[in-house]
Write a protein that binds this ligand. Structure first.
Ligand code: GLY
Length: 345
């Protein structure tokens, strides 16, 4: 297990400042990059569909662009992909047959924007960015989010594809909700049947974290949420601190899986705060997963939650409750790395 004291002694003190604040609480602050440090751009994201998303983000990063632009461009790829039935257009609908989308975005200055239960818009991430940049608010939901999007030039479209409608009608025959772990891989696997038997659908999310050539971090997170959820259900993905958190002094984190458990533990904020204390990214993700397991051990056996983290130095890691979570990494050396995350079970 990660030994924080040993870590602080052995490495953090050499690479970081140990700051004592007014309350006497010590915190480890990673050394801020200087102009002498060469920052290597990097983008990471959840699941195998993150590979294609990373490529779009890399186009921005490799041209010297800003990490915020990179993550927006990156997650737009699965948002627009009708074959991806857990994000954006083509996402699984709720129980009433409505596709409702959740997304958030956060930049290097701690600015953030979010939309929840947004219908009819192909790119909720871009609406979230517009909430961040054009309003004094952080989050818009439902009809208000749609009104805002339409007033700002977004097109109203039907997000329910024939494939997802067929799956929903099949599900209605039994109308059971029983999450299946890592189903998002199966849904996206081109070799798998387009339609899995009723009640076999779960959900998942793309969370993306990027570090640009200036050493700035941003993140984005977007999903259609749990398949066949109650109308109005909002998961962790648009909740700043739960589905995504960025602190440009420390690092960023994002999550995937059953959003309710991530919200209960303010998962991504927790991961970033653990990294601030000196935890390496994978160990921070593991500790956040352990909080979920410790609180509800019986339930944890049945569900998947995974965290993905990137620190200011470009180190990354992930950890999940169950086997099967993978994440994609793209940098100068390797554009299409897919890494299986370690897991508790
Ligand atoms: N993690 C996505 C959701 O629970 O909606």
């Amino acid at each position: 297990m990660f030994d924080r004291r040993k870590f602080i002694k052995s490495s953090a003190l050499t690479a970081s400042l140990l700051a004592i604040d007014k309350t006497g609480i010590a915190s480890v602050l990673p050394k801020a990059p200087t102009s002498a440090d060469s920052v290597k751009p990097l983008v990471i994201s959840t699941w195998d569909f993150g590979i294609a998303a990373n490529h779009a983000a890399w186009d921005v990063l490799s041209a010297g662009g800003r990490s915020l632009d990179a993550v927006e461009k990156g997650v737009q790829v699965p948002e627009a992909d009708p074959k991806n039935q857990s994000v954006g257009y083509g996402g699984m609908p709720d129980r009433d047959g409505k596709v409702t989308l959740d997304a958030c975005i956060m930049d290097e200055d701690g600015n953030c924007g979010s939309v929840a239960a947004l219908e009819h818009i192909m790119h909720p991430i871009s609406v979230a960015r517009m909430v961040m940049e054009k309003t004094p608010h952080v989050m818009l939901v439902g009809d208000g989010a749609l009104q805002f999007a339409l007033e700002n030039g977004f097109q109203k479209i039907n997000l329910l594809t024939p494939e997802s409608e067929k799956a929903w009608k099949e599900w209605l025959k039994t109308a059971k909700y029983q999450p299946v772990m890592n189903i998002e891989n199966k849904l996206y696997d081109k070799a798998a049947p387009t339609h899995l038997p009723g009640n076999q659908y779960n959900h998942d999310t793309i969370g993306m974290l990027a570090l640009d050539a200036k050493g700035n971090l941003s993140g984005a997170c977007t999903t259609s949420g749990m398949a066949f959820k109650l109308h109005g259900r909002v998961g962790d993905s648009p909740i700043i601190g739960a589905g995504l958190y960025i602190d440009n002094e420390v690092g960023g984190a994002t999550s995937t899986g059953v959003g309710e458990e991530v919200i209960r533990n303010v998962g991504s904020f927790l991961v970033v705060e653990l990294m601030r204390q000196g935890y390496p990214p994978e160990e921070a993700c593991k500790e956040a997963v352990m909080r979920i397991i410790k609180r509800k051990p019986a339930k944890a056996k049945e569900i998947q939650v995974g965290f993905l983290a990137l620190n200011k130095k470009g180190q990354y890691g992930a950890y999940a409750i169950q086997k099967g979570f993978s994440f994609a990494v793209c940098n100068e050396e390797n554009k299409s790395l897919l890494i299986p995350a370690k897991s508790y079970y």
